[in-house]
Design a protein around this ligand. Structure first.
Ligand SMILES: Nc1nc2c(ncn2[C@@H]2O[C@H](COP(=O)(O)OP(=O)(O)OP(=O)(O)O)[C@@H](O)[C@H]2O)c(=O)[nH]1
Ligand SMILES: [Zn+2]
Length: 368
């Protein structure tokens, strides 16, 4: 087998574990003290998956984020992750509904839910992080298990190390490598090169669009754009992404060159399916911020370490950043890229995205 360094092995085990979780198969999260949790995504709870899970472990409970707990009127005691009891009455569909607020109307919440007295641990946090990494809702059925090694080998389960899960974003960003690049003329700029980046073990790939031949000696005009399937590709009017994407390409071209990073961070990092769930909540009247937190996510799950890494790999250390979001400026600077100027990048609202843009201005500090 090809030599793998430690980071590669760690990413490999995480990517594999995400694959199992996405199929509704439990995985084991362990820590250095020998403690382990068996974990199953709550949104995959059904008679078969729970039957298998309960055959392996007793005394299970549900792990929720403090945001989801708050929505369900469970005090979180300031912890980011809380444990909820799994009483007899709680069937598979109740567990799915615990994770998924889009089902609230169809499955009225039973409750009240009992929080178990338990200080959050890295195991709990890693279990939730793993669900997020797998682009699932951040809620899991979990059980402490005594002899993880035996369980893992007997049932062919995948085991991941909690500190690796918690460090995964950074490990993944620093493992990015340029893998392919080609000239792709775009409607807004014909002298354009697409450069793709991939973490060495696979995992999410990001694209840099290098427009013209930007100098490495002066900070280029630059845009960080997070993927938005609905806005970028379908022309959805619910957001401003499509206009921002095409507008940035045109503006960078007009400025004589620069870079647009197209990051695989759909839905501010929650994934397309969860973003559609957030949209379903917005159909019920919640705004973009409350929809995320009702689902259990943070308002913004992105980090900009991959963006900083790609810029460094391309030879840039300082930029003029096109954004209305001060968190992006801070997010890039935290990982070593100097932002010498913030360039506003706003478009007039339409009747469908007016509320969305107003929410960004009022609640998430966008300068609009
Ligand atoms: N979760 C969620 N994501 C959304 C929603 N609307 C748009 N998005 C996502 O938000 C991201 C848009 O991000 P950007 O345009 O890069 O960033 P921004 O934070 O708005 O900041 P700017 O640089 O000023 O545009 C994309 O990943 C979209 O898919 C929503 O209602 N909920
Ligand atoms: Zn969008």
């Amino acid at each position: 087998m090809k030599h793998m360094d430690t980071d590669e092995k760690r990413l490999l085990s995480l990517e594999r574990a995400c694959g199992d979780l996405r199929r509704g198969h439990p995985v084991v999260v362990c820590d250095s003290s020998g403690k382990s949790l068996l974990v199953l995504p709550a949104e995959h709870a059904n008679t078969a998956t729970l039957g298998f899970f309960d055959g392996l472990a007793s005394e299970s409970f549900i792990l929720l984020t403090s945001n989801r707990a708050l929505t369900l009127k469970v005090a979180s005691k300031g912890w980011s992750v809380v444990r909820i009891a799994r009483p007899q009455w709680m069937q598979a569909n109740d567990i799915v509904a615990l994770a998924d607020p889009t089902l609230d109307l169809a499955t009225p919440m039973k409750g009240p839910f009992q929080r178990l007295e338990h200080k959050e641990t890295d195991l709990d946090k890693a279990a939730i992080k793993l669900a997020k990494w797998a682009h699932l809702l951040p809620a899991v059925v979990a059980a402490e298990i005594a002899d993880a090694k035996a369980l893992v080998s007997k049932h062919g389960l995948l085991e991941v190390f909690a500190p690796d899960v918690l460090a995964a974003d950074m490990t993944q960003a620093s493992a990015l490598k340029e893998v392919a690049s080609a000239r792709v003329p775009l409607a807004g700029s014909e002298n354009t090169r697409l450069v793709s980046f991939r973490p060495q073990t696979g995992g999410v790939e990001h694209i840099a669009i290098v427009i013209g031949e930007p100098s490495r000696r002066t900070p280029p005009l630059m845009r960080i754009h997070s993927e938005c399937f609905t806005g970028d590709l379908l022309g959805s009017l619910k957001c401003d992404c499509g206009e921002q994407l095409r507008g940035a390409i045109r503006a960078i071209d007009a400025a004589g060159g620069g870079v647009l990073l197209y990051l695989a961070q759909e839905g501010r990092g929650i994934g397309l399916i969860s973003k559609l769930k957030a949209y379903a909540l917005q159909d019920q009247g919640y705004d973009t911020v409350d929809a995320n937190t009702r689902l259990g996510f943070d308002v913004d799950e992105r980090i900009f370490a991959p963006a900083a890494e790609m810029l460094k790999l391309l030879g840039f250390t300082s930029v003029r950043l096109m954004t209305n979001n001060p968190n992006k400026v801070e997010g890039l600077e935290r990982y070593g890229i100097k932002v010498v100027e913030r360039v506003a990048h706003a478009f007039p609202p339409n009747p469908h995205n007016e509320m969305y843009l107003a929410t960004k201005k009022i609640k998430t500090g966008h300068i609009l």
